[in-house]
Write a protein that binds this ligand. Structure first.
Ligand code: HEC
Length: 202
């Protein structure tokens, strides 16, 4: 037995020896230098990749729809709470519930005070601006078919969601001016991030 052990050990060692890399898998001796004007692309990258097309002003305009907190960028149009209710029932209710509280997705209507924890992110207690609620709804909702609502429908459904939160009356009609004038309860709960580029922690 004693003689067998060194022999087995030798066998095991040879079986476990690393195999040489398969042909062609060696790293190239020299990695091509990136082109000076195209950081990240190797020097041999083609100038054009043969797909895509130039971004025309018309196509950029389709995506350039952001609305700023002060209302800049809000489109023409308007919508009433009553119309918004119809939009909500067709396009939002199945995910946000009959009164905006049932889900299955995010709660839109506040049920508790901000002071209670966890506060949640419902519109009435969390959103600092009604204008950005318009922006978000227009660009992201309904979640599976964003971009399908007209601007009037977005004004209307935003009016309805604000009404469900007790922030506008049942006969409210919202347009750009009226939306920007709404003082949301959470307006003072956010700190403007005006850092100037240094590693400042606010
Ligand atoms: C298919 C499901 C679905 C539909 C339909 C839908 N939503 Fe949403 N909604 C979601 C989900 C999921 C989120 C959370 C998204 C996230 O956090 O990124 C959300 C988030 C939101 C929020 C942000 C809530 C928050 O956390 O503050 C608002 C406002 C909103 N939806 C409004 C609407 C409106 C208005 C409609 C109808 C025009 C609508 N949604 C239709 C699924 C849906």
């Amino acid at each position: 037995m004693r003689r067998l052990f060194p022999c087995l050990a030798a066998l095991a060692a040879s079986a476990c020896a690393p195999e040489p890399p398969p042909a062609g898998s060696e790293r190239p001796a020299q990695t091509p230098e990136p082109a000076a004007d195209a950081p990240g692309l190797p020097g041999h990258a083609p100038e054009h990749f043969g797909f895509g097309s130039a971004a025309s002003p018309e196509r950029v305009a389709i995506w350039d729809i952001d609305v700023k907190p002060d209302g800049e960028g809000l489109p023409p149009g308007s919508g009433s709470v009553a119309d918004g209710r119809r939009v909500y029932e067709v396009s939002c209710l199945q995910c946000h519930g009959p009164t905006g509280t049932e889900g299955p997705n995010d709660r839109l209507v506040s049920a508790s005070e901000w002071e209670q924890w966890p506060p949640g992110r419902a519109v009435g207690m969390y959103w600092p601006y009604a204008t950005t609620l318009f922006d978000y709804t227009r660009r992201a909702m309904p979640q599976t078919t964003p971009g399908t609502l007209s601007d009037d429908e977005v004004y209307a459904v935003v009016a309805y969601v604000l009404h469900l939160n007790g922030l506008v009356p049942a006969d409210a009609v919202l347009d750009a001016e009226a939306l920007a004038a709404i003082e949301m309860p959470a307006r003072e709960r956010f700190v403007p991030d005006n850092r100037t580029g240094g590693p400042v922690v606010r």
